[in-house]
Design a protein around this ligand. Structure first.
Ligand code: IMP
Ligand code: MG
Length: 179
């Protein structure tokens, strides 16, 4: 795995610091609220979700949803397919979506609307990485670990062809791997 990396972009230590910072922000913002549910987007959010949750010192529940966007290659079309839905109702709940990376914004735009239609009390987004240059749909991102430039990254949950999700850092793949 490691030999396929051109460079390490973000270390595990930096990610864990970001998780602490975001958790503290979330705790402040949700003080006095109840019915808080963290919803992780499978599969990319798993590593970050675990770090974030360990630092959340308040009553909450967790759930997961798995979606895939239709479309070939690296561009998503905005049409999203639910592969695994939530396991509990979210009506009147304060939902915090946990995502690995926001790219075009299409996936999160769909999910935010879907959750609002299910009568969530509030829906906010917490993402490890954000690629603002690639945005196709304007979307409010409430909690961001790191802004990254427009290069393909893997690790810490993020994959290339389903591999590299288990890397303990965010890395940039060597171009020859995906060319
Ligand atoms: P969006 O709908 O275009 O925002 O798609 C976001 C999804 O695309 C993420 O959840 C990732 O699965 C995937 N993605 C976008 N950029 C990258 C990347 O640099 N590496 C790995 N996956 C990515
Ligand atoms: Mg993903």
């Amino acid at each position: 795995m490691h030999k396929d990396m051109e460079k390490v972009l973000i270390t595990q230590e930096e990610i864990q610091e970001a998780a602490k910072r975001l958790a503290a922000q979330i705790e402040r913002d949700y003080a006095g609220e109840d019915s808080i549910v963290f919803v992780g987007l499978l599969k990319g959010s798993v590593q970050f979700m675990a770090d974030l949750l360990k630092n959340i010192d308040m009553m909450c529940t967790i759930d997961f949803i798995c979606v895939s966007s239709y479309g070939k290659g690296t561009k998503s079309t905005g049409r999203v397919n639910i592969i695994k839905d939530l396991s509990e109702p979210i009506d009147e709940k304060n939902v915090i979506i946990v995502e690995d990376i926001i790219d075009s914004g299409n996936t999160l735009n769909f999910i935010k609307k879907y959750f609002s239609a299910k009568n969530a009390k509030s829906v906010r987004i917490c993402t490890l990485l954000n690629k603002p240059e690639r945005r196709e749909i304007e979307i409010d991102v409430d909690y961001v670990g790191f802004d990254v430039s427009d290069e393909f990254v893997v690790g810490y949950g993020l994959d290339y062809k389903e591999y590299y999700r288990n890397l303990p850092y965010i890395g940039v793949l060597k171009p020859e791997i995906y060319e």
